[in-house]
Write a protein that binds this ligand. Structure first.
Ligand SMILES: NC(=O)c1ccc[n+]([C@@H]2O[C@H](COP(=O)([O-])OP(=O)(O)OC[C@H]3O[C@@H](n4cnc5c(N)ncnc54)[C@H](OP(=O)(O)O)[C@@H]3O)[C@@H](O)[C@H]2O)c1
Length: 222
């Protein structure tokens, strides 16, 4: 697949690197031409502007801070239809990346990142995903046969976009898990912020849920 990457930070590098290793064609786009060129050099791919990355392929990864979303989408030409028809993978979380504190929008019950993106990028096929596991997970070599894969919950409304993103989850070494339409993306975003709060208390987020008896069984909390 041809994949445009908006952002040149930790998530952009980790995911773009995994997809480049799986044979996908990447264009790294950043507001800094130098950082985009460095990222393209490190992962193997081309570099360009945010707008060039947005218009590059069938899939666009949006890997920027929540607070920068509107600005990045404007620079990418989303208001002029550059993202129309493309699968936009939204891994953003409504957190301040420096403090890991939730953005006030989230606490005030705002629409969440994915639905904001869908509103700002007309015609984009937004898929929420990759927002729970830390970037380092995607830097590792993909697990071999029989080895555990990180589950990647996905929310989206467009089946073609979901199909493409499921492939990219597997190519990155994860296992896609469909958890509903875009109206549920806010739940995934809240889960990430909740997990960050647990982590800040020195605990592992997985400890909070405990084991579920079998894949088909309901969690005790119902
Ligand atoms: N890191 C993780 O483990 C992780 C895991 C899951 C989800 N996430 C989410 O993924 C997103 C990206 O996280 P990250 O860790 O990759 O962040 P990061 O390393 O800080 O990178 C952020 C990127 O966004 C760019 N950016 C910031 N403001 C911009 C603006 N106004 N216009 C254009 N570009 C702008 C930065 O460009 P400059 O370098 O030019 O500033 C940088 O390329 C966040 O929403 C985060 O919550 C992160």
């Amino acid at each position: 697949m041809r994949i445009g990457v908006l952002g040149t930070g930790a998530m952009a590098e980790a995911l773009a690197g995994s997809w480049a290793r799986a044979g996908h064609e990447l264009l790294a786009g950043g507001r800094s031409a130098a950082k985009a060129a460095e990222l393209a050099e490190r992962v193997g791919g081309r570099a360009g502007s945010l707008r060039e990355a947005a218009g590059f392929g069938a899939v666009v990864l949006l890997a920027v801070p929540y607070a920068a979303l509107a600005d990045v989408l404007r620079q990418a030409g989303a208001g002029e239809g550059v993202l129309r028809g493309r699968a936009v993978v939204d891994c953003t979380n409504a957190l301040d990346l420096a403090t890991m504190e939730p953005d006030p929008d989230l606490l005030a019950g705002g629409p969440g990142a994915a639905r904001r993106i869908a509103g700002l990028a007309e015609g984009a096929r937004v898929v929420k995903g990759f927002n729970l596991a830390p970037a380092d997970v995607w830097r590792r070599s993909p697990p071999g046969p029989g080895e555990a894969r990180v589950a990647v919950p996905l929310c989206g409304d467009d089946e073609a976009a979901l199909t493409a993103v499921r492939t990219l989850v597997r190519d990155a070494g994860g296992e896609p898990v469909d958890v509903g339409g875009l109206e549920r993306a806010g739940l995934l975003e809240a889960a990430a912020v909740f997990a960050a709060g647990v982590w800040r208390q020195g605990r592992q987020p997985a400890e909070v849920f405990g084991p579920v008896a079998s894949p088909g069984a309901s969690p005790a909390a119902g």
